[in-house]
Write a protein that binds this ligand. Structure first.
Ligand SMILES: NC(=O)c1ccc[n+]([C@@H]2O[C@H](COP(=O)([O-])OP(=O)(O)OC[C@H]3O[C@@H](n4cnc5c(N)ncnc54)[C@H](OP(=O)(O)O)[C@@H]3O)[C@@H](O)[C@H]2O)c1
Length: 301
């Protein structure tokens, strides 16, 4: 697709990769940008930076997990600002935790944002693109949507989901002349990455590098865009030496059990050892004279 003179909507545009994609699209000659995120102030700053390049900008302060609000805002934006040629579903959240101490509410947030948010946007804009028989949709997955790793189970599940979703839609929407592309960056230096325990040997990319690769590949016929040599290497290993890659990932992963998790386990172990001791004392039988209720009380400790 040629982006010159076109209109694009980018979610997650207030910072990180989404912001970099918006700036790169502006630099390469897009006509109008609709920027979506929750933080009004940050969106306004990005908008001001882009407007200085002579691009028309609209900011839509939206929480993608609030489906009704998103429906209303997108319908209004399409009516007011005209057709959207390019949708970039970039907004996302990541929670890292050893699975056994992970929290359901974090998984729910990842599903609501990474999957349902992307689904909602794609359906709203995809239907309108289909009516025009024209459009391009980019879904931002991750290298973790191809290669899963310890401590990132729920995030990886959503990113694998995005790859599957994208692949299915690509086949379906081709007849409507809509291209559907998956972007798979590896570790990128953003707020999201700064909140994670990093894997060994992985070198972060910059959001600008990711954005440049995407915009360059938009002109070509790519369906899945891997960013960076580390991603190509990991996917190659996954294909030809999956068990070797799994071993490497186990070594490279940050502590698969956090300190608090280990402490909790040690406490549980100590309690069960104590219970084991008193049970053995009871079984021995020479304490018939002692009040068994006392011992039962000790077992409960
Ligand atoms: N950083 C990496 O290493 C990496 C690697 C591979 C793939 N990715 C993917 O790239 C995408 C962008 O990540 P990033 O690193 O740029 O993360 P980031 O710096 O944390 O930015 C996340 C963006 O998503 C927006 N967002 C989050 N929840 C939202 C919600 N409920 N509604 C609307 N907007 C929401 C945030 O805006 P507000 O907070 O203002 O709402 C922000 O603009 C994500 O899909 C991520 O999974 C990142």
């Amino acid at each position: 697709m040629k982006i010159q003179g076109k209109t694009a909507l980018v979610t997650g545009a207030s910072r990180g990769i989404g912001r970099a994609i918006a700036l790169e699209l502006a630099q390469q000659g897009i006509r109008r940008l609709l920027l979506v995120a929750r933080n009004r102030q940050r969106l306004a700053e990005v908008a001001a930076e882009i407007e200085r390049q002579g691009v028309l900008v609209v900011t839509l302060v939206l929480d993608l997990t609030q489906i009704v609000g998103v429906n209303i805002a997108i319908a209004r934006a399409w009516r007011t600002y005209g057709p959207i040629d390019l949708l970039v579903n970039c907004a996302g959240v990541a929670h890292q935790a050893p699975f056994l101490e992970s929290k359901l509410q974090n998984l729910q947030e990842e599903i609501a944002t990474n999957l349902m948010g992307m689904y909602t946007m794609t359906r709203l804009i995809g239907r309108r693109m289909a009516a025009r028989h024209e459009g391009t949709i980019v879904n931002v997955s991750s290298l973790m949507g191809k290669v899963a790793a310890p401590t990132m189970a729920s995030y990886s599940a959503t990113k694998f989901g995005i790859v599957g979703f994208t692949q299915a839609l690509r086949g379906e929407l081709a007849r409507e002349n809509i291209r559907v592309i998956a972007l798979l960056p590896s570790l990128t230096d953003t707020d999201m990455a700064r909140g994670l325990h990093l894997f060994r040997w992985v070198l972060p990319m910059t959001p600008q590098q990711v954005a440049k690769v995407l915009v360059a590949k938009l002109e070509k016929n790519s369906s899945e865009i891997l960013v960076g040599w580390q991603s190509h290497l990991a996917v190659w290993f996954q294909r030809f030496f999956p068990s070797l890659l799994e071993k490497v990932l186990r070594i490279a992963a940050p502590l698969s059990r956090s300190k608090s998790f280990r402490e909790k386990q040690n406490r549980q172990q100590a309690t069960s050892n104590r219970k084991g001791f008193w049970r053995r004392v009871l079984d021995f039988g020479f304490l018939d004279l002692v009040d068994k209720r006392l011992i039962k009380g000790l077992i409960k400790l």
